[in-house]
Design a protein around this ligand. Structure first.
Ligand SMILES: Cc1cc2nc3c(=O)[nH]c(=O)nc-3n(C[C@H](O)[C@H](O)[C@H](O)COP(=O)(O)OP(=O)(O)OC[C@H]3O[C@@H](n4cnc5c(N)ncnc54)[C@H](O)[C@@H]3O)c2cc1C
Length: 644
């Protein structure tokens, strides 16, 4: 358990010159464009292991702005001679899309600077890259896949098309959906002793995770599964009833009345008070909603859980489709959803395609398939001769409308000050799109109207951790006959072998003797509190958890889960990347805790109002956490600038 795992901050034998983590210590750095960390040979953030996501060095400046200590110790601002048509704050999908739309609307040739506080572009759409046994293996460090509750809008679908992405066709061609099943691997459930009294790993009944689970023969499958579970007889009986029986628990009500009632109670209360299930049975379902919303069933409406296919509603005969008082996600999925496709690095491939679109020389290649293995030339992102520049490791700290603001770089309408290393620089531009996390905007633009700042503060992002673990082989999984696991009470709530996707030159592992990547996720939350309070508590937890603590939890849980398959953490784990997202999913209103806002009064709508030559994008300004929304909001923000 205590064997050291080499921190693989080396790529092809050369030390990766990220440098960011050192910057707050006072490293003096030359002016942008000449010797920035991103220009150094071997710079490749996706290959770094250890603590990633909101990595050390990326957030300290923003936190000191929030704590009102930043300006007390700030060095003098150095005005740069650079002027732009547009400065974009935030190099996530929304910021990159905003640059694309602005350039397109301006007829090409616009001068655009994108500032990003992390050491890589993409925002949540980050890539984890490993070279195992000489072979490239990829996982998403954040944004997992093209999958949204609603079909992509004409704008978002149009951008996908321009980038060469046809999600449905790629999924058909590249995803080997039946791969693990063809080798006899299904899903499993890990009961942990802290929650259930004993550690026990069981094969899940077939169909448990599927929305349209085939309930034929379900009784036999569930009985067999439950007989091995560390649960009381009462809890077993109740789970069997919830999963397999069609009981109308609200017999005197019409479908619309039932839906209304279900939208006003949590799924936990539905199970306890309506279904009258034993608390031991309810514990089995507690974290079924964590992956989707970052909180458990205590804080999610029963109706939303129905839309996501959770059990217990079979006998209620609810009319299909959405209903009033549902969350964006649940209402959307109740009506269908978008096409789905998982690139091996998740939606980082979309970010890389956007960068290729803006700066073709930085991301060689020509298709959505070859982008997966393309090597990004970070040194080309911020060249003085380029109309478009992407400047990493740079945190915007001040954005204001300049007196006499107007359109065009000659009439420099905004001034943007950003911190890079231990220095402050300012640039001027015709306009600015803030595609950063919306709740940070009041600190960047203190002149905003108080009502707008208050609205922006309302949005509390959902904390999450996505961890990629490189394994020397996956024979333990093969022996156990399981590829993915639901762990209702454990530290890591879900664990799964990497997606079998073969695209372009990229090949996923085929044999259990080959190295593979494992994906683990944790959604820190505090059941019992209102959802936004749970998110705040979870964020605090993430900020004080060191890498070593995550690492120990990984080794311990995998050992407890997999040792009967002869898994040995000390020899089987090769490397770990913990993607920590204290500010993860954009806040989506929760019908249990948020009012039904009147038209135009929702905090995200008040918060995203244009302020002079400053417009606001990011998926936050669409009050949800999806890539299509990030793109739509970029388009809206750019269009608002057009109108001035
Ligand atoms: C773990 C995780 C999994 C997800 N999975 C999915 C999924 O499967 N499908 C899906 O559609 N969506 C998913 N999402 C939602 C995801 O947030 C959106 O899809 C999309 O990537 C958001 O893009 P964005 O540009 O709006 O925001 P972000 O990706 O958050 O980008 C904003 C960027 O602005 C930067 N920034 C903030 N402040 C400053 C500053 N002052 N100066 C400079 N830069 C700044 C931030 O650091 C960040 O890099 C997931 C999110 C997370 C966290």
């Amino acid at each position: 358990m205590d064997r050291a795992i080499p921190r693989r901050d080396f790529l092809n034998g050369a030390a990766m010159a990220i440098g960011t983590a050192m910057l707050p210590g006072g490293l003096q750095r030359a002016e942008p464009g000449s010797g920035e960390p991103q220009d150094r040979p071997g710079y490749c953030p996706p290959a770094a292991t250890g603590l990633r996501g909101s990595h050390p060095g990326s957030f300290e400046v923003a936190h000191s702005l929030r704590d009102q200590t930043f300006w007390k110790q700030a060095p003098p601002t150095k005005p740069l001679p650079e002027t732009y048509d547009l400065v974009v704050v935030g190099g996530g999908i929304s910021g990159l899309a905003a640059a694309h739309f602005y350039r397109e609307k301006s007829g090409g040739g616009a001068k655009i600077l994108i500032l990003e506080n992390h050491d890589d572009f993409g925002g949540h759409a980050k890539r984890n890259e490993f070279h195992l046994g000489g072979k490239l293996q990829l996982l998403n460090g954040g944004t997992m896949l093209i999958d949204s509750p609603t079909p992509y809008s004409a704008v978002a679908a149009g951008l996908m098309k321009k980038l060469g992405i046809d999600a449905a066709a790629l999924d058909k061609k590249c995803t080997d959906h039946g791969f693990y099943a063809s080798r006899g691997l299904g899903s499993g459930v890990f009961f942990d002793r802290e929650t259930f009294g004993a550690d026990r790993l069981l094969k899940a009944p077939r169909g448990m995770d599927e929305e349209s689970a085939d309930r034929q023969d379900a009784g036999t499958r569930w009985r067999e599964f439950l007989s091995g579970a560390p649960l009381t007889d009462r809890a077993r009986r109740d789970i069997l009833r919830i999963e397999t029986e069609s009981i109308d628990y609200m017999p005197d009500q019409l479908s619309a009345e039932k839906k209304d009632r279900l939208s006003r109670m949590s799924y936990k209360d539905f199970l306890l008070k309506v279904v009258k299930a034993d608390p031991g049975a309810v514990a089995f379902y507690q974290t079924r909603t964590n992956g989707e919303w970052g909180v458990g069933i205590d804080a999610e409406p029963a109706l939303d859980c129905w839309a996501l296919g959770l059990p217990g509603f079979q006998g209620l005969k609810l009319d299909l489709g959405s209903a009033p008082h549902m969350s964006y996600t649940a209402a959307g999925y109740a009506n269908g959803g978008s096409d789905r496709f998982h690139f091996p690095d998740g939606n980082a491939s979309i970010a890389r395609l956007l960068v290729r679109n803006l700066l073709p020389a930085a991301v060689p290649g020509s298709s959505a398939e070859d982008v997966v293995t393309a090597e990004v030339d970070y040194g080309r992102l911020d060249r003085p001769e380029s109309a478009i520049r992407i400047r990493l490791n740079s945190t915007a700290v001040r954005v204001r409308n300049a007196p006499g603001s107007g359109k065009g770089s000659e009439r420099a309408g905004v001034e943007v000050v950003y911190a890079s290393g231990s220095e402050l620089f300012s640039v001027r531009a015709g306009a600015c799109v803030l595609a950063c996390w919306n709740m940070a905007i009041p600190y960047l633009c203190p002149e905003l109207p108080e009502r707008q700042k208050e609205a922006l503060h309302y949005l509390v992002k959902v904390p999450l951790v996505y961890t990629s673990v490189a394994l020397r082989n996956w024979s333990a999984f093969e022996k156990l006959g399981m590829a993915s696991f639901y762990c209702p009470g454990a530290y890591w709530n879900s664990v799964g072998l990497n997606w079998p996707v073969n695209i372009g030159q990229y090949r996923s592992p085929r044999s259990p003797e080959e190295p593979i990547l494992l994906h683990l996720s944790r959604t820190p939350c505090k059941p019992g509190l209102p959802a936004r309070e749970q998110h705040k508590a979870g964020r605090m937890e993430l900020l004080v958890t060191p890498f070593e603590a995550f690492e120990r939890k990984i080794r311990e849980q995998l050992t407890r889960m997999l040792s009967s398959g002869a898994f040995h953490a000390a020899s089987d784990i090769e490397a770990i990347t913990v993607n920590r997202w204290p500010h993860g999913y954009g806040y989506e209103y929760n019908p249990l805790f948020d009012p039904d806002w009147a038209e135009g009064q929702a905090p995200h709508v008040i918060g995203r109002q244009r302020f002079g030559r400053i417009a606001i994008a990011n998926s936050d300004s669409g009050a949800t956490a999806y890539t299509d929304v990030a793109i739509d909001q970029a388009y809206r923000a750019v269009s608002e600038l057009d109108a001035v």
